[in-house]
Design a protein around this ligand. Structure first.
Ligand SMILES: Nc1ncnc2c1ncn2[C@@H]1O[C@H](COP(=O)(O)OP(=O)(O)O)[C@@H](O)[C@H]1O
Ligand SMILES: [Mg+2]
Length: 171
């Protein structure tokens, strides 16, 4: 009986929630969204976890760099096309973050922060997570990309391979 009690204690006791002897606290959860169905599911799950852990939910959308050679970038700037394009990207980022915020608040999240990143999405996500001392990053398996057949998208794969913050990939 005593052995059984001890076994049960070992399996279900506080050890399960400890990492290296310290209580595992999840106080900052980052969910990254591109507005795709999988990232919406990630927002839903991250919102639930934030409520259960009494954590702050961070929402991040990354606006990709303009993929143009420098001469064309310069030409676009002279024609004032760069700013118009930037306005559209900012508008989309705001819309994506606004949708995610509403989704999270509907679930009952109270403590929430929104942020926009720039450049390579995976690099921006990894550095944002490290800068803000994030305990858990939540992402979708796939995003808006159209490459079929692969289970994981390129951004989530790169974050998993390059960022040492714990990561939850939502199917
Ligand atoms: N620009 C972005 N900003 C924030 N998160 C992103 C961005 N792009 C992708 N993600 C995150 O990565 C997940 C996987 O997307 P991704 O790797 O881009 O797959 P795909 O190759 O199908 O587009 C998304 O569900 C989202 O959580
Ligand atoms: Mg993508």
């Amino acid at each position: 009986m005593r052995i059984l009690t001890r076994m049960m204690h070992n399996c279900q006791g506080p050890r399960e929630y400890n990492q290296g002897g310290y209580a595992l606290m999840i106080t900052r959860i980052l969910v990254t969204t591109d507005g795709s169905p999988a990232s919406n599911r990630a927002v839903g799950l991250a919102a639930h976890m934030a409520i259960n852990h009494d954590a702050t939910l961070y929402l991040l959308n990354v606006i990709r760099d303009m993929q143009l050679p420098p001469e064309l970038k310069k030409m676009a700037k002279v024609e004032n096309i760069g700013q118009a394009r930037q306005d559209v990207l900012d508008f989309v980022a705001e819309k994506v973050l606004g949708d995610a915020e509403r989704r999270a608040k509907r679930k009952g999240v109270k403590s929430l922060r929104k942020a926009t990143g720039h450049g390579d999405p995976a690099n921006a996500i990894a550095s944002y997570a490290q800068r803000n001392k994030i305990d858990l990053v939540v992402m979708g398996t796939r995003g808006l990309g159209s490459v079929k057949g692969m289970l994981m998208g390129s951004v989530s794969r790169k974050v998993a391979n390059s960022c040492d913050v714990n990561l939850l990939i939502v199917r």
